[in-house]
Design a protein around this ligand. Structure first.
Ligand SMILES: *Cc1c(COP(=O)(O)O)cnc(C)c1O
Length: 390
């Protein structure tokens, strides 16, 4: 059987492992060497060359999950994003970036690109015209992120790849929120898929890593600068990431399922003003999400009615942790107004739809009823009602 015919769970479990030829153990042995022979060998290996046995093996798994020829893994999602952008953007080039990007990506662009002489524009919205109106003669890259953080807006991947191909522009996506389980942008012609593997790929809130998947030619181009910038991943973490990824589909499917049920439950709640989840029929981009995603992810946001104090609500939660990051097996929640969007003025936050009552919820794999009970007791606590035990 050809490898490309394997199903996702099989790829997660078996593809891209280091075979234990010596002892026939079931899992990849770990090769932590930072020093390898250089004579009489096919490959000169070194961790910062991204080519230790464990690094190379895991790249195969990532590439196959994203349906591309090759992959690379990095020390963090930002190492993957920064290295990849700098591989394709040189002084005098221009990049169009989607509005509403991960804060670290936004900071990288606005704080560093001037130093490199790279020009950039952010779109005003998500429509075709929003993108084409920003494209210039020297545009080399279009960079998108879908679903977006925290309002879960969807960018049309087929549209992006069509307008880019007409003008020989390379398309990049931050596919972190969807994970390769829910979305394969390569199916729609997107060139380069980037992940913060700290999130769904790691999945247990204990790894910081990044990943890129693309054609052999694009990965070579990225590798050429990656070895100079040096953002490689330690083999110990590579091994842990490989272990995590074996259960990625099981975890993500459970998170999808919980998130959809909780989104519906929250939508019907009298103390919730609005729920943002692409899996809900009344989400403005539901049809588009349905077209390009297999599942709607474990990420959702909801807005409390104005009378409620969001901080008090979060402090009242017992199971769901207040936490900065996302995508772990444990449910976490945060206030975008106090974290990712804290540096914006309150007017700008309002313009972007980020109210003080908006909460971003990363749904874990706990039993749905326990999560509902936790949310309900927090609603009771902030609305000063008696807790009604079921
Ligand atoms: C966390 C995150 C990143 C950055 O990843 P790190 O691993 O923290 O460097 C990039 N994009 C998205 C969407 C993220 O959630």
């Amino acid at each position: 059987m050809k490898k490309k015919n394997l199903g996702i769970n099989t790829i997660c479990t078996h593809v891209g492992e280091v075979k234990d030829e010596q002892f026939k153990g079931a899992v990849s042995p770990i090769y932590p060497s930072s020093s390898y022979a250089y004579e009489g060998v096919d490959v000169k290996r070194y961790p910062r060359y991204f080519n230790t046995p464990n690094q190379e093996a895991l790249c195969e798994k990532i590439a196959m999950l994203e349906k591309t020829e090759a992959g690379l893994i990095f020390g963090s999602g930002m190492a993957a994003i920064s290295t990849t952008m700098l591989a394709f953007l040189h002084a005098g080039d221009h990049v169009v970036l989607q509005k509403a990007l991960y804060g670290g990506t936004y900071n990288f662009v606005v704080e560093e690109f001037d130093k490199f002489g790279i020009e950039y524009d952010f779109t005003d919205g998500f429509s075709e015209a929003d993108f084409t109106s920003k494209i210039k003669e020297n545009t080399k890259v279009i960079f998108v992120e879908t679903p977006s953080n925290p309002l879960m807006l969807i960018t049309d991947l087929e549209m992006i790849s069509r307008i880019a191909k007409e003008q020989n522009i390379v398309t990049m996506i931050d596919n972190t929120f969807a994970s390769p389980i829910n979305q394969n942008p390569a199916d729609f012609g997107i060139d380069v898929m980037i992940h913060s593997a700290t999130k769904y790929m790691g999945g247990h809130s204990d790894i910081c890593a990044g990943a890129v998947a693309a054609s052999e030619a694009h990965i070579t181009k990225i590798w050429n600068i990656a070895k100079n910038l040096g953002g490689s991943l330690s083999d110990y973490t590579v091994w842990l990431l490989e272990r995590s990824m074996k259960t990625m589909k099981l975890r993500v499917k459970a998170q999808n399922k919980n998130a959809k049920k909780l989104a519906k439950w929250l939508e019907a709640h009298e103390l919730v003003k609005k729920v943002y989840y692409p899996g809900l029929k009344n989400h403005p981009d539901h049809q588009l999400a349905k077209k390009q995603m297999r599942g709607y992810s474990g990420m959702l946001s909801f807005e409390l009615i104005e009378e409620l104090d969001a901080s008090k609500f979060m402090k009242s939660l017992k199971l769901i942790k207040e936490s900065m990051s996302l995508a772990g097996v444990e449910s976490t929640i945060l206030s975008p107004a106090k974290t990712s969007h804290a540096l914006l003025s309150s007017e700008e936050r309002e313009r972007q739809g980020i109210s003080n009552g908006l909460l971003r919820f990363s749904v874990g794999i706990e039993e749905k009823n326990d999560l509902i009970y936790d949310l309900e007791q927090a609603f009771e606590a902030v609305s000063n009602k008696e807790i009604q035990k079921a």
